[in-house]
Design a protein around this ligand. Structure first.
Ligand SMILES: *Cc1c(COP(=O)(O)O)cnc(C)c1O
Length: 377
């Protein structure tokens, strides 16, 4: 036959996740750690690769060594930990197990896009509880949605990507008291916010906490994340997950990084210092409204954000995330906290771009013409 049967109807208005492979000298678009693994960790990893990774053998499906390390550091048993091919895989596993046709997920946009994408891919209904103008969770609306809709999953990014906002612990506890839905608290930026719902796991078997090696641990290229949850949750997830999704190399590298996690502390502190400089620098620009952040990125609003995104890339080779077409984030850009030099170059580029825009508006001519005017004088 010269035809192709269409796939499931749910895919019809989905667009593939666009991880734009745009080249730039300074990439501040994906909330990665600007530094590669510390040299000492790299060297230990190189030794392990040379001497004791049997690449010809399938990996341990549950990454036992790594999950024991993680469990111990969090005062839990290995049965409370699941390792995935990035936090993203675990999000999908949770929605495969607790979502699906006839089931509902509460999402609080604007937030991390994967929750909604995975819900739609699996035919899970999405109940949206939009955040307010300051990007805080609307507590009343959330509790009303939980009461009226009786959802199966509630997912909350804390701090919230891409806004940087924290949700009050009291509200999360109120939520946990009100529902037996699986409540996924996504702590991908835990190492920066230093706040966790971990102490509430004993009382609430429906609380699951997601973490990742992609941000503070400099391992976005590796793909490793983990879940802290009740043993019953982990057991159900092992039924839907791909058994060999976390390969041998990843297990070794993530274990090394986790064991040496104190080494990353200096980088986290530096990132927090640079975040403050970035926030202050942006706050000094009268055209910019900057939102407070508890993570390694900063969201800001500026007129003609899409044009500024383009100027940053084309004139300064700096890539940030353009969110200006996301509902609720009109005219917003998100910039990852880079190294000190990257923050300086970004702030300087913003100054230049805004000054040029200001001048061209003032003179009522375009920027290029304006440069000629200045040269004439
Ligand atoms: C980065 C991130 C993750 C996980 O990313 P992985 O690279 O798949 O581990 C999960 N949630 C949020 C909100 C993130 O920003």
């Amino acid at each position: 036959m010269e035809r192709l049967r269409p796939p499931r109807a749910e895919l019809a208005d989905l667009v593939a996740y666009d991880a734009k492979d745009v080249r730039a000298e300074i990439n501040l678009s994906a909330n990665e750690n600007p530094r590669n693994l510390p040299g000492e960790v790299l060297e230990k990893l190189a030794d392990r690769v040379r001497f004791d990774i049997p690449f010809n053998r399938y990996p341990d499906p549950l990454a036992t060594r790594l999950r024991e390390l993680i469990a111990q550091a969090n005062g839990l048993d290995a049965a409370n930990v699941l390792v995935g091919n990035g936090g993203d895989e675990i999000i999908l596993d949770i929605i495969l197990a607790w979502g699906g046709p006839g089931r509902k997920l509460v999402d609080m946009p604007p937030t991390f896009a994967m929750y909604e994408i995975d819900a739609r891919v699996t035919g899970t209904r999405v109940v949206e509880v939009p955040r307010n103008a300051e990007f805080e969770v609307d507590g009343e609306a959330l509790m009303a949605a939980v009461a009226d809709q009786d959802p199966d999953i509630v997912v909350i990014s804390n701090p919230n990507n891409p806004t940087g906002t924290m949700t009050a612990e009291t509200l999360l506890i109120e939520l946990l008291n009100a529902t037996d839905a699986l409540v996924l608290v996504d702590e991908a930026y835990f190492e920066f916010s230093r706040q966790t719902m971990r102490p509430h796991m004993e009382r609430h078997p429906n609380l699951a906490i997601l973490r990742t090696f992609s941000k503070a641990f400099s391992l976005a290229g590796l793909r490793a994340g983990y879940l802290l949850a009740h043993a019953d949750v982990v057991r159900e997830l092992t039924k839907v997950r791909q058994p060999y999704s976390v390969n041998r190399f990843t297990q070794v590298a993530a274990s090394l990084a986790f064991r040496e996690r104190m080494v990353f502390e200096a980088g986290v502190r530096e990132t927090m210092r640079n975040r403050d400089r970035l926030v202050h620098g942006l706050a000094e620009m009268s055209e910019v409204a900057v939102f407070p952040s508890e993570a390694n990125f900063v969201l800001f609003r500026v007129e003609q954000a899409a044009a500024i995104w383009r100027d940053l890339l084309h004139d300064h080779s700096i890539l940030v995330r353009d969110l200006s077409r996301t509902p609720g984030l009109e005219d917003c850009l998100r910039v990852t906290v880079g190294t000190e030099e990257e923050v300086d170059r970004f702030l300087q580029a913003m100054d230049e771009i805004l000054a040029r825009k200001h001048a061209s508006r003032h003179f009522g001519v375009n920027a290029t013409a304006n440069r000629h005017l200045e040269q004439d004088r």
